[in-house]
Design a protein around this ligand. Structure first.
Ligand code: GLU
Length: 441
């Protein structure tokens, strides 16, 4: 059965970069009728925070990306220790004692000699007595996985055929000197034991994948299908700025972006399929095809989220937004009319309240100098009594007759005088809602 996982480290909130990872894994699982696991990669007790675990769950729930199972690496340390023992027994695991400074020096020397900075395996030739001495002097060493120096190949779901020479990669450290299990091992053990069949993650993980394939094979697991999506860039192809690269979903939510907009954009961005608003998750799932994604860096522009949000909101029924409309102070008997008038004229739900304030309290009129007299004449012609859908037509007809103005020169100054804005809803529909104009004098 198809099983995928989203495996964030709870060292921060979900941001726009890892939303793609979450979404792709989710869509693959759902399309195949499989299982989507939320795996919390919390083997680092210092950096992992419970508040981020909660935040990640809230963000996924807000988006409607429901998981079938949740797993926490911090509860599986015994399994990782067992796997480490297995690798030790197989002779694929060795202890190394170099300090970070020593490793750095080695790397620099190699680079100076024009060689790739690959760990030289000096620890492999240490005798037991030498290791004991180092352990006494420096404490426990790190544990490295001994790679087979051969080519590692896989058919990547996005990048195509990949071949990496293991000799160009350092033997990965899987356990730190303080005993902390590192992600590279924990992830392999989990993927194997949890039956993960498909792994989608960022292309910054390609080298990890090469080493993890060897570890999976050493542990007798089944290698999942890997796909590495490209990383996001800014709208001009520039590296995503720090601000944008870590743009948290909760900040987007705070700024009024709707889940449907985010999902619609991120599920198609970087693929050959057009970005369209999908309000139904089933459509997103149905139309998702990982093979349609390209390997080139993907341009992301947060501004694209707003037209999609606006389109989503315009399609909502009164019942969907009744709460927001009532919270803005719109009387119940005007709610339907209010929504009809504003639905096409808001970008986010935050725009609802200002519209109502304008209708209720009136706007600061915008009157150009050359229109001052015209507007004064026009206002004097405003009909008395209740406004209805015919008021605007009747009124502007009378103004036209009196002033001789027509078209834009007639309508625009009146719109600006009454609403304080040069754009907005159809004036015929808006007039009956303008409380202050109605109650003038
Ligand atoms: N915790 C890892 C990360 O956030 C997971 C990578 C993976 O998907 O294997 O980068």
């Amino acid at each position: 059965m198809t099983t995928t996982r989203f495996a964030p480290s709870p060292t921060g909130y979900i941001h726009i970069g890892n939303l793609r990872t979450a979404l792709m894994n989710y869509l693959i699982a759902r399309k195949a009728g499989g299982t989507f696991i939320l795996r919390i990669d919390d083997t680092d007790p210092e950096r992992s925070k419970e508040e981020y675990v909660d935040g990640i769950k809230q963000d996924l729930e807000w988006l409607g990306l429901h998981w079938d199972r949740i797993e926490r690496q911090s509860l599986r340390l015994d399994q990782y220790a067992d796997a480490a023992d297995k690798l030790r027994d197989m002779g694929r695991f060795y202890e190394a004692f170099e300090t970070p400074t020593e490793l750095d020096l080695k790397r620099k020397k190699q680079l100076n000699m024009g060689k790739p900075p690959v760990y030289d395996r000096a620890a492999l030739v240490l005798s037991d007595a030498e290791k004991d001495a180092l352990r006494t002097e420096r404490g426990a060493g790190v544990w490295r996985f001994k790679l087979d120096r051969e080519r590692i190949e896989w058919a990547d779901g996005i990048l195509g055929d990949i071949s990496i020479d293991a000799a160009s990669v350092s033997d990965p450290v899987l356990i730190r000197g303080d005993g902390q299990i590192l992600y590279t091992l924990a992830s392999v053990v989990d993927d194997t034991e949890m039956g993960v069949t498909n792994v989608v993650r960022g292309s910054d993980h390609v080298t990890n994948t090469a080493t993890q394939i060897q570890i999976i094979n050493a542990l007798g697991g089944t290698v999942p299908a890997f796909a590495h999506h490209s990383l996001l860039t800014g709208p001009q192809g520039e590296a995503l700025s720090k601000r944008l690269g870590t743009l948290a979903l909760r900040d987007l939510r705070e700024s009024g972006v709707q889940p449907a907009a985010l999902l619609s954009l991120m599920a198609r961005l970087g693929s050959s399929d057009p970005v369209e608003l999908h309000t139904d998750m089933a459509d997103l799932i149905e139309g998702f095809d990982i093979s349609r994604f390209g390997s080139a860096p993907t341009k992301f522009d947060a501004d694209d989220l707003y037209p999609l949000t606006a389109r989503y909101l315009a399609g909502l029924s009164l019942a969907d937004v009744a709460e927001e409309i009532s919270a803005a102070g719109v009387p119940d008997d005007m709610a339907a009319q209010f929504w009809d008038v504003t639905r096409e004229n808001i970008t986010t739900l935050k725009d609802i309240a200002p519209w109502w304030v304008m209708m209720r309290d009136g706007a600061e009129p915008q009157i150009d100098d050359e229109d001052r007299e015209f507007v004064a004449d026009a206002l004097a012609l405003l009909p008395d009594g209740a406004f209805d859908a015919t008021t605007w037509g009747t009124w502007t007809g009378a103004v036209k007759e009196k002033t001789g103005r027509k078209g834009r020169g007639l309508f625009m100054p009146l719109r600006k005088a009454l609403t304080g804005q040069s754009h907005g809803p159809d004036m015929s529909m808006l007039m009956p809602l303008l409380q202050t104009v109605k109650a003038r004098e």
